[in-house]
Write a protein that binds this ligand. Structure first.
Ligand SMILES: Cc1ncc(COP(=O)(O)O)c(C=O)c1O
Length: 375
């Protein structure tokens, strides 16, 4: 049975950000929440924990072991126990890693267009940004990256999104190796956010950065929160390369206090019992990507969409429509909520991001509304 087929009325009972930010006449295809029910194993694990009164502090290595088992199953690579530790959610982990590995005033490299909190954790904590845009094809621009690493900003850290949100780019082993080498040669700490790693279209392969021999000084943050729609339950793991011993010792005090025990239980259940579930989900998401290509070709040919092989997010170039502010236009005139591209980088105001972890029916109605709004 399809996962992305919940009736809109059921979804509107939800009280989360996606469903409550806008009025009920708006179709919400924005923030990265998925329109799925929880896998039965996750539901049972949570209900069992509540029944036991098991609502204290987290303990043990179950989450790390479940991650390692997934890595072996999916990517044929298994980190050693000392390379993994339970952590808070991904953004707080990245923040802690930044604080532990850089000083106030340092520069940190990011690759616009990129997930808005990447900007916020740098500038909000008195570090500065060094922006190296992805190429127009959505790839890492290695010559430009090397020039920035050697440039006057003299960056001390690099935040990589892998796979990349919002373009859905999967970085190749060669790209990751070259980037990691460039960082290591200059003493730049490479911090890689792999939260979207399980969200890969059928027939494509994700490469975990720590499976690349040249990248053993890198640090990774991961959470089951995105792949299994568990953002309500904050938790994750941090991983380090074999040549990054000691990096966890640099974390600020209490850095991982935000991990919830229920999050650990739910995420561990998802990683252990719901790998097939995420594969089925991505089969449906891949079909939604093709649906969107077809709908745009028929109804909105002015929007350019080149589907990436990762994530359920679609990055749409609306430049040809001649709108002053595409995201606002589609919200007010079409009653469709999308993410505005400017949040992902100042140069991307003509883009919008659409969330395809929704039913084909909802996506179809959204594109119809968007097209009608231009008439
Ligand atoms: C690239 C990326 N990193 C991190 C997050 C948020 O993760 P967390 O809730 O674990 O901080 C998201 C959420 O969409 C994301 O897309």
């Amino acid at each position: 049975m399809a996962l992305l087929n919940l009736p809109e009325a059921r979804l509107r009972e939800r009280t989360s950000l996606k469903w409550r930010t806008f009025d009920a006449d708006v179709l919400p295809l924005w923030v990265a929440e998925m329109d799925v029910e929880q896998h039965p194993a996750v539901q049972e694990a949570l209900v069992d924990a509540i029944r036991r009164g098991d609502t204290g502090y987290p303990h043990g290595t179950a989450y790390a072991e479940a991650y390692a088992a997934m890595a072996e199953h999916r990517w044929g690579w298994r980190p050693a126990p000392e390379q993994i530790r339970r952590s808070g959610d991904v953004m707080n982990s990245m923040l802690a890693l930044l604080v532990g590995n850089t000083a106030e005033g340092d520069h940190v490299v990011i690759n616009p267009p990129v997930y808005p909190p990447f900007w916020q954790i740098v500038t909000g904590y008195r570090r500065h940004l060094t922006e190296v845009a992805l190429t127009p094809a959505g790839r890492l621009d290695l010559p430009a990256i090397e020039a920035a690493l050697d440039g006057p900003d003299d960056p001390s850290a690099y935040l990589l999104c892998s796979p990349h949100n919002p373009t859905g780019t999967i970085h190749t082993a060669d790209e990751l190796g070259a980037l990691a080498t460039a960082c290591a040669e200059r003493g730049v700490v490479l911090i890689v956010d792999e939260i979207h790693a399980p969200l890969i279209d059928p027939g494509n392969e994700f490469v975990p950065v720590l499976s690349v021999p040249a990248a053993q000084r890198a640090i990774v943050t991961f959470s089951a929160g995105k792949g299994w729609n568990l953002a309500a339950l904050k938790g994750g793991v941090m991983l380090r390369g074999t040549e990054a011993a000691g990096v966890f010792d640099k974390l600020p005090p209490l850095a991982n206090q935000s991990t919830g025990h229920l999050a650990t239980i739910a995420h561990t259940a998802a990683l252990t019992h719901a790998q097939d579930w995420v594969d089925q989900l991505m089969t449906e998401v891949a079909a939604n990507k093709q649906l969107l290509v077809d709908l745009l070709a028929a109804d909105l040919p002015g929007v350019t969409y080149r589907p990436g092989p990762a994530t359920y997010l679609a990055w749409l170039d609306c430049s040809a429509l001649g709108l002053a502010h595409p995201r606002n236009h589609f919200l007010t005139r079409g009653k469709v909520a999308l993410n505005g591209g400017a949040d992902f980088g100042a140069a991307f105001g003509q883009f919008v991001r659409m969330n395809l972890a929704a039913s084909p029916e909802l996506i179809t109605r959204a594109v119809q509304r968007m097209a009608a709004s231009l008439a």
